[in-house]
Design a protein around this ligand. Structure first.
Ligand code: SF4
Ligand code: SF4
Length: 199
C-alpha cells in the first residue's frame, strides 16, 4: 500500500523522491513475493521476528536516513519517540539497528529499501544464520530493473538528474559507494536533537 504525505511533500521535494522509491520497491517485492508464493514457498518473516535487524549490517542512503528522522520528528507521538530515544541510548552500535524495539520495527513505514528487500521463505532464520549462504533459494530476489528504478528515483536528491548520468551512477553503484552508511554506524546520539527540534 502506498504511503504518501501530500501536504508535507508539497514543501519537501526530497520526501516525494523517497516515497516514490519506496512505492517502486514495495511493488517490486509484492510482485516477486506473489509469484514465489504461487510456486509453493511460504513467507517466514513476520512482525516479532527481528533477528535480522539486530545482527546484520543494514545499509541505508543519507536520503533514507533523512526520511527516518523526519518521520520520527513529524509523525510520531511523544511516547513512541521517547522509546526510540531510549533504544538509541542503549544501542551498542556494533551491528544491527536501534529502531528495533520489542522485536518490531518502530519506524516501519520509513524503513529503508534494504529492509524492504530482505525477505526469507519457509522458516525463520537461525541465530547467526547467513541465509544467503545457507539457503539462498529461500531469499526473495527483487527484480533487478525495478530495484534500479527505485534507486533512480532517489538520484535527483544527489543532483543527478540527467538520464545518462543516472544510468552511469546506477551502473557504478554510486548510491551505495558514496551516499550510504550502515544503520549501526549512524551517529544516532548526535541526531537525537533533531527528533524534537522544529524546522
Ligand atoms: S529475515 Fe529472517 S530474521 Fe528477519 S524477519 Fe525474516 S525470518 Fe525473521
Ligand atoms: S529499520 Fe526497521 S526493518 Fe530495518 S533494520 Fe531497523 S528495525 Fe529492522
Amino acid at each position: 500500500m502506498s504511503l504518501r504525505f501530500p501536504e508535507d511533500e508539497a514543501v519537501l521535494p526530497w520526501l516525494s523522491m523517497l516515497l516514490d522509491a519506496y512505492d517502486i520497491t514495495n511493488e517490486n517485492v509484492r510482485t516477486v513475493m506473489e509469484k514465489d508464493i504461487q510456486s509453493g514457498l511460504s513467507v517466514a518473516c513476520s512482525s516479532g521476528c527481528g533477528m535480522c535487524c539486530s545482527c546484520e549490517p543494514i545499509p541505508l542512503t543519507s536520503l533514507e536516513l533523512s526520511g527516518i528522522i523526519w518521520f520520527i520528528r513529524r509523525k510520531m507521538y511523544l511516547g513512541p519517540r521517547q522509546r526510540i530515544e531510549e533504544s538509541i541510548k542503549r544501542f551498542s552500535g556494533k551491528v544491527g539497528c536501534p529502531m528495533l524495539i520489542d522485536e518490531k520495527c518502530s519506524i516501519y513505514p520509513m524503513r529503508p529499501i534494504a529492509c524492504r528487500h530482505f525477505n526469507v521463505y519457509e522458516r525463520t532464520c537461525e541465530p547467526g544464520e547467513e541465509v544467503m549462504d545457507t539457503r539462498p533459494e529461500h531469499v526473495l530476489k527483487p527484480d533487478h530493473d525495478k530495484a534500479q528504478a527505485a534507486y533512480r528515483a532517489m538520484l535527483p536528491y544527489y543532483g543527478i538528474t540527467d538520464p545518462k548520468l543516472q544510468e552511469a551512477a546506477l551502473q557504478q553503484n554510486y548510491l551505495f559507494k558514496n551516499c550510504s552508511v550502515f544503520m549501526h554506524m549512524v551517529d544516532w546520539d548526535a541526531l537525537l536533537v533533531h527528533f524534537t527540534v522544529a524546522d
